[in-house]
Ligand binder design. Structure first.
Ligand SMILES: *Cc1c(COP(=O)(O)O)cnc(C)c1O
Length: 224
C-alpha cells in the first residue's frame, strides 16, 4: 500500500510541477488554478490516499458511483465536483452530495435543480464542436442559458466548462472558450472561472486562462 501511495504521490507532484511551470510561462499565478483530481471508476480507497496527500478537490462523472464514494468518505473534508453528463431525473440526487456541477448544458437541467434546498456552485458547459452529441450548449444559445442560471437562487454560476474537440488543436478551441468566457462575464460579472484541461491538454488550457483543471489519468494511472 505504501508503495502505491508513493507512486501516486510522485505522479501528483509531477503534475503539480507541470501546472506551476505552465502557469509561470504565461505570467499566471499557479495559486489561482484549482486542480480537480478525477477519480471515476477508481475505488474510494484511492480518494482516501489522495486526501492523505493533500488533495481536496475530487471529480466524478457517474451517479450513483459518485454518491456511494461520498457516503463512504464522509469523514473527509472534500469538495466534490460532478463533471459528467447529468440526466434531468438524477439532478436532485446528485445535488445531495455535489458541491460543484460542471455540466449545466440545458434549461431543463436548471429547472430540475431550482427547487433544491442548498446553494450549489455550477459551470455552464459549452460545446466547442458542431456535434450535438459531444455535450454542452452551442455558443449561440449560451447567453440565454446563463440568464436562466443567474435567475435561479439555488445555483451560483462560477463560469464556463468545456472539453476540447477530438479533431482540433486544443489551444485554438480553448482560445474560443476564453472569448466565450469574456462574453459570459458581460451577462454574469462574477462568472469568471473556466473549467478546462485534462491529462492531454492542461498546458494549453492554462495558457488560455483555465482556472479549474480536471485531471485523471496522469495522476491516478489508467482507469480500471
Ligand atoms: C474523465 C474526465 C476527465 C479526466 O480525463 P483524463 O484524460 O483522465 O485526465 C476530465 N473531464 C471530464 C469531463 C471527464 O469525464
Amino acid at each position: 500500500m505504501s508503495g502505491a501511495i508513493d507512486s501516486l504521490g510522485a505522479r501528483l507532484r509531477s503534475v503539480q510541477e507541470k501546472i506551476a511551470d505552465a502557469a509561470t510561462a504565461v505570467n499566471r499565478d499557479p495559486s489561482e488554478i484549482t486542480l480537480i483530481v478525477v477519480t471515476k471508476f477508481h475505488p474510494s480507497s484511492l480518494i482516501r490516499d489522495l486526501a492523505a496527500l493533500g488533495v481536496r478537490d475530487i471529480g466524478e462523472n457517474r451517479h450513483p458511483e459518485a454518491g456511494n464514494k461520498f457516503d463512504e468518505l464522509s469523514d473527509l473534508d472534500l469538495t466534490w465536483h460532478f463533471i459528467g453528463q447529468l440526466q434531468t431525473k438524477k439532478a436532485r440526487q446528485v445535488a445531495r452530495y455535489a458541491d460543484v456541477i460542471h455540466g449545466i448544458d440545458r434549461v431543463g437541467l436548471v429547472d430540475a435543480l431550482s427547487p433544491i434546498e442548498r446553494r450549489i456552485d455550477c459551470f455552464v458547459q459549452v460545446n466547442l464542436t458542431s456535434d450535438p452529441g459531444r455535450g454542452g450548449v452551442q455558443p449561440l444559445e449560451m447567453p440565454q442559458l446563463i440568464e436562466r442560471v443567474i435567475e435561479t437562487p439555488s445555483l451560483n454560476l462560477r463560469g464556463l466548462m468545456a472539453v476540447a474537440p477530438l479533431d482540433e488543436e486544443p489551444r485554438s478551441a480553448f482560445a474560443r472558450l476564453r472569448e466565450l468566457s469574456e462574453l459570459a462575464t458581460t451577462i454574469a460579472p462574477g462568472a469568471t472561472d473556466i473549467s478546462a484541461g485534462m491529462t492531454g491538454d492542461f498546458v494549453d488550457a492554462i495558457a488560455e486562462g483555465a482556472t479549474h483543471l480536471r485531471i485523471g489519468t496522469a495522476i491516478t494511472g489508467n482507469r480500471p
